[in-house]
Ligand binder design. Structure first.
Ligand code: HEC
Length: 218
Protein backbone atom coordinates (compact mmCIF):
# COMPACT_ATOMS: atom_id res chain seq x y z
CA UNK A 1 0.00 0.00 0.00
CA UNK A 2 2.72 2.52 0.95
CA UNK A 3 5.18 3.42 -1.82
CA UNK A 4 8.35 1.32 -1.62
CA UNK A 5 11.18 2.72 0.44
CA UNK A 6 14.00 3.87 -1.86
CA UNK A 7 16.62 2.68 0.63
CA UNK A 8 15.86 -1.02 -0.10
CA UNK A 9 17.39 -0.67 -3.56
CA UNK A 10 20.56 0.98 -2.32
CA UNK A 11 23.87 -0.89 -2.42
CA UNK A 12 22.51 -3.95 -4.34
CA UNK A 13 25.42 -4.03 -6.81
CA UNK A 14 28.12 -3.56 -4.19
CA UNK A 15 29.14 -7.24 -4.00
CA UNK A 16 30.08 -7.78 -7.70
CA UNK A 17 33.74 -6.90 -7.34
CA UNK A 18 35.77 -5.06 -4.80
CA UNK A 19 36.67 -2.23 -7.15
CA UNK A 20 33.30 -1.92 -8.75
CA UNK A 21 31.76 -2.20 -5.28
CA UNK A 22 33.95 0.55 -3.88
CA UNK A 23 33.06 2.74 -6.83
CA UNK A 24 29.36 2.05 -6.48
CA UNK A 25 29.36 2.77 -2.76
CA UNK A 26 30.96 6.15 -3.35
CA UNK A 27 28.67 6.88 -6.31
CA UNK A 28 25.57 5.71 -4.48
CA UNK A 29 26.20 7.53 -1.22
CA UNK A 30 24.44 10.75 -2.16
CA UNK A 31 21.38 8.73 -3.29
CA UNK A 32 21.12 6.87 0.02
CA UNK A 33 19.49 9.63 1.96
CA UNK A 34 17.26 8.35 4.71
CA UNK A 35 15.81 11.65 5.82
CA UNK A 36 12.24 12.87 5.47
CA UNK A 37 12.40 12.59 1.68
CA UNK A 38 12.29 8.84 2.01
CA UNK A 39 9.13 8.08 3.92
CA UNK A 40 5.66 6.60 3.39
CA UNK A 41 3.62 9.28 1.67
CA UNK A 42 1.10 9.78 -1.11
CA UNK A 43 1.78 11.51 -4.43
CA UNK A 44 -0.74 14.13 -5.48
CA UNK A 45 -4.03 12.49 -6.57
CA UNK A 46 -2.78 8.99 -5.62
CA UNK A 47 -5.66 6.67 -4.58
CA UNK A 48 -5.94 5.37 -1.03
CA UNK A 49 -8.05 2.63 0.54
CA UNK A 50 -8.02 4.34 3.94
CA UNK A 51 -10.94 6.63 3.08
CA UNK A 52 -14.32 5.49 1.83
CA UNK A 53 -14.19 7.70 -1.27
CA UNK A 54 -10.86 6.14 -2.35
CA UNK A 55 -8.99 9.45 -2.47
CA UNK A 56 -5.88 10.21 -0.40
CA UNK A 57 -6.51 14.01 -0.48
CA UNK A 58 -9.14 15.52 1.80
CA UNK A 59 -11.34 18.56 1.11
CA UNK A 60 -10.75 21.62 3.32
CA UNK A 61 -13.09 21.58 6.31
CA UNK A 62 -16.15 23.74 5.57
CA UNK A 63 -15.81 27.28 6.90
CA UNK A 64 -12.01 27.24 7.23
CA UNK A 65 -9.71 29.71 5.43
CA UNK A 66 -6.15 28.92 4.34
CA UNK A 67 -3.45 30.96 6.05
CA UNK A 68 -2.84 34.18 4.09
CA UNK A 69 -6.09 33.82 2.12
CA UNK A 70 -8.41 35.70 4.47
CA UNK A 71 -9.92 38.70 2.65
CA UNK A 72 -11.46 40.23 5.77
CA UNK A 73 -11.01 43.81 4.57
CA UNK A 74 -11.97 43.79 0.88
CA UNK A 75 -11.39 47.52 0.20
CA UNK A 76 -7.89 47.35 1.64
CA UNK A 77 -7.09 44.10 -0.17
CA UNK A 78 -8.77 44.66 -3.56
CA UNK A 79 -9.16 48.43 -3.97
CA UNK A 80 -12.86 47.84 -4.65
CA UNK A 81 -16.09 48.64 -2.88
CA UNK A 82 -18.85 46.05 -3.36
CA UNK A 83 -16.67 43.95 -5.68
CA UNK A 84 -17.35 46.24 -8.62
CA UNK A 85 -16.42 49.90 -8.09
CA UNK A 86 -12.91 51.17 -7.40
CA UNK A 87 -12.66 53.13 -4.20
CA UNK A 88 -11.68 56.79 -4.43
CA UNK A 89 -10.39 56.94 -0.86
CA UNK A 90 -7.23 55.64 0.76
CA UNK A 91 -8.27 52.86 3.18
CA UNK A 92 -6.12 54.39 5.95
CA UNK A 93 -4.93 57.83 6.97
CA UNK A 94 -2.03 59.15 4.95
CA UNK A 95 1.09 60.40 6.71
CA UNK A 96 4.38 61.88 5.52
CA UNK A 97 6.05 58.61 6.53
CA UNK A 98 3.72 56.53 4.32
CA UNK A 99 4.29 58.88 1.37
CA UNK A 100 8.03 58.51 1.79
CA UNK A 101 7.70 54.74 1.98
CA UNK A 102 5.64 54.98 -1.23
CA UNK A 103 8.35 56.99 -2.95
CA UNK A 104 10.99 54.44 -1.93
CA UNK A 105 8.88 51.46 -3.12
CA UNK A 106 7.88 53.27 -6.33
CA UNK A 107 11.51 53.99 -7.14
CA UNK A 108 12.40 50.34 -6.56
CA UNK A 109 9.52 48.62 -8.34
CA UNK A 110 7.98 51.05 -10.83
CA UNK A 111 10.48 53.71 -11.91
CA UNK A 112 12.47 51.17 -13.95
CA UNK A 113 9.64 51.34 -16.51
CA UNK A 114 7.52 54.37 -15.52
CA UNK A 115 10.58 56.61 -14.70
CA UNK A 116 11.03 58.66 -11.54
CA UNK A 117 8.47 61.29 -12.57
CA UNK A 118 5.91 58.82 -13.98
CA UNK A 119 6.21 59.89 -17.62
CA UNK A 120 6.72 56.30 -18.83
CA UNK A 121 10.31 56.55 -20.06
CA UNK A 122 12.16 54.33 -17.57
CA UNK A 123 15.38 52.52 -18.44
CA UNK A 124 13.67 49.22 -19.33
CA UNK A 125 11.44 51.09 -21.78
CA UNK A 126 14.43 52.88 -23.27
CA UNK A 127 15.92 49.43 -23.84
CA UNK A 128 12.89 48.24 -25.79
CA UNK A 129 10.03 47.29 -23.40
CA UNK A 130 6.56 48.55 -24.28
CA UNK A 131 6.14 52.19 -23.27
CA UNK A 132 3.45 52.68 -20.59
CA UNK A 133 1.18 55.72 -20.66
CA UNK A 134 2.32 58.73 -18.63
CA UNK A 135 0.61 59.07 -15.21
CA UNK A 136 0.05 62.72 -16.20
CA UNK A 137 -2.48 62.11 -18.96
CA UNK A 138 -6.04 63.29 -18.32
CA UNK A 139 -7.48 59.74 -18.09
CA UNK A 140 -5.05 58.59 -15.40
CA UNK A 141 -5.29 61.87 -13.47
CA UNK A 142 -9.04 61.24 -13.23
CA UNK A 143 -8.63 57.55 -12.29
CA UNK A 144 -9.57 56.46 -8.75
CA UNK A 145 -6.95 55.35 -6.22
CA UNK A 146 -8.47 51.86 -6.13
CA UNK A 147 -7.73 51.47 -9.84
CA UNK A 148 -4.00 52.08 -9.31
CA UNK A 149 -4.09 49.60 -6.44
CA UNK A 150 -5.67 47.02 -8.75
CA UNK A 151 -3.06 47.57 -11.49
CA UNK A 152 -0.25 47.02 -8.96
CA UNK A 153 -1.89 43.89 -7.60
CA UNK A 154 -3.10 42.27 -10.82
CA UNK A 155 -1.09 43.94 -13.59
CA UNK A 156 -2.53 45.54 -16.70
CA UNK A 157 -2.23 44.15 -20.26
CA UNK A 158 1.55 43.73 -20.84
CA UNK A 159 2.45 44.89 -17.33
CA UNK A 160 2.80 42.00 -14.86
CA UNK A 161 1.10 42.10 -11.44
CA UNK A 162 3.24 42.83 -8.39
CA UNK A 163 1.13 41.05 -5.75
CA UNK A 164 3.94 38.60 -4.98
CA UNK A 165 6.58 41.31 -4.46
CA UNK A 166 4.58 44.15 -2.88
CA UNK A 167 2.32 43.58 0.16
CA UNK A 168 -1.03 45.47 0.37
CA UNK A 169 0.06 48.34 2.65
CA UNK A 170 3.02 49.09 0.38
CA UNK A 171 0.74 48.99 -2.68
CA UNK A 172 -1.35 51.74 -1.08
CA UNK A 173 1.77 53.72 -0.18
CA UNK A 174 2.82 53.57 -3.85
CA UNK A 175 -0.66 54.66 -4.97
CA UNK A 176 -0.44 57.68 -2.65
CA UNK A 177 2.96 58.54 -4.09
CA UNK A 178 1.60 58.31 -7.67
CA UNK A 179 -1.05 60.86 -6.64
CA UNK A 180 1.75 63.07 -5.29
CA UNK A 181 3.62 62.71 -8.61
CA UNK A 182 0.45 63.66 -10.48
CA UNK A 183 -0.02 66.73 -8.28
CA UNK A 184 3.62 67.69 -8.80
CA UNK A 185 2.94 68.05 -12.53
CA UNK A 186 -0.61 69.36 -12.48
CA UNK A 187 -2.27 71.20 -9.62
CA UNK A 188 -4.79 74.01 -9.63
CA UNK A 189 -3.47 77.23 -8.10
CA UNK A 190 -6.39 77.46 -5.68
CA UNK A 191 -5.60 73.94 -4.35
CA UNK A 192 -2.15 75.00 -3.15
CA UNK A 193 -1.31 76.24 0.35
CA UNK A 194 -1.35 80.07 0.54
CA UNK A 195 2.41 80.51 0.96
CA UNK A 196 3.24 78.24 -2.00
CA UNK A 197 0.65 80.06 -4.10
CA UNK A 198 2.14 83.47 -3.22
CA UNK A 199 5.60 82.22 -4.14
CA UNK A 200 4.40 80.92 -7.51
CA UNK A 201 2.51 84.14 -8.24
CA UNK A 202 5.58 86.17 -7.34
CA UNK A 203 7.77 83.98 -9.62
CA UNK A 204 5.22 84.20 -12.45
CA UNK A 205 5.04 87.99 -12.03
CA UNK A 206 8.83 88.23 -12.14
CA UNK A 207 8.94 86.06 -15.29
CA UNK A 208 6.38 88.28 -16.99
CA UNK A 209 8.31 91.40 -16.06
CA UNK A 210 11.46 89.77 -17.46
CA UNK A 211 9.67 89.03 -20.71
CA UNK A 212 8.48 92.62 -21.08
CA UNK A 213 11.96 93.83 -20.24
CA UNK A 214 13.36 91.50 -22.92
CA UNK A 215 10.88 92.73 -25.56
CA UNK A 216 11.78 96.35 -24.83
CA UNK A 217 15.38 95.55 -25.74
CA UNK A 218 14.57 93.56 -28.93
C1 HEC B 1 8.52 46.03 -16.57
C2 HEC B 1 7.96 47.34 -16.79
C3 HEC B 1 6.93 47.85 -15.80
C4 HEC B 1 7.02 47.93 -14.43
C5 HEC B 1 8.19 47.52 -13.57
C6 HEC B 1 5.79 48.54 -14.00
N1 HEC B 1 4.98 48.80 -15.05
FE1 HEC B 1 3.18 49.74 -14.98
N2 HEC B 1 2.98 49.49 -17.00
C7 HEC B 1 3.93 48.95 -17.82
C8 HEC B 1 3.42 48.90 -19.17
C9 HEC B 1 4.18 48.39 -20.39
C10 HEC B 1 2.11 49.43 -19.13
C11 HEC B 1 1.14 49.53 -20.30
C12 HEC B 1 0.57 48.16 -20.54
C13 HEC B 1 -0.17 48.03 -21.84
O1 HEC B 1 -0.91 48.96 -22.22
O2 HEC B 1 -0.01 46.96 -22.46
C14 HEC B 1 1.88 49.81 -17.74
C15 HEC B 1 0.71 50.41 -17.28
C16 HEC B 1 0.55 50.90 -16.02
C17 HEC B 1 -0.57 51.72 -15.59
C18 HEC B 1 -1.65 52.28 -16.49
C19 HEC B 1 -2.81 51.41 -16.73
C20 HEC B 1 -3.75 52.11 -17.70
O3 HEC B 1 -4.93 52.18 -17.38
O4 HEC B 1 -3.31 52.59 -18.77
C21 HEC B 1 -0.38 51.98 -14.26
C22 HEC B 1 -1.29 52.78 -13.36
C23 HEC B 1 0.85 51.33 -13.86
N3 HEC B 1 1.38 50.70 -14.95
C24 HEC B 1 1.37 51.37 -12.60
C25 HEC B 1 2.55 50.73 -12.21
C26 HEC B 1 3.06 50.73 -10.87
C27 HEC B 1 2.43 51.45 -9.71
C28 HEC B 1 4.22 49.99 -10.89
C29 HEC B 1 5.10 49.61 -9.72
C30 HEC B 1 4.48 48.86 -8.68
C31 HEC B 1 4.43 49.55 -12.25
N4 HEC B 1 3.39 50.01 -13.01
C32 HEC B 1 5.51 48.79 -12.66
C33 HEC B 1 5.18 48.50 -17.46
C34 HEC B 1 5.65 48.40 -16.18
Amino acid sequence: MWPKSKSEACGAGAARSVWLGAFLIVAALPACRLDMYDQPRYEALEPSDIFADGRSSRDPIAGTVARGALEADPVFLTGMVNDSTFTDEMPFELTQEILERGRERYNIFCSVCHDAAGAGRGMIVRRGYKQPPSFHIERLRAERVGYFYDVIKNGFATMPGYAAQIPPDDRWAIVAYIRALQLSQYARLDELPADVRREIERAAGAAQADEKHGEAHD
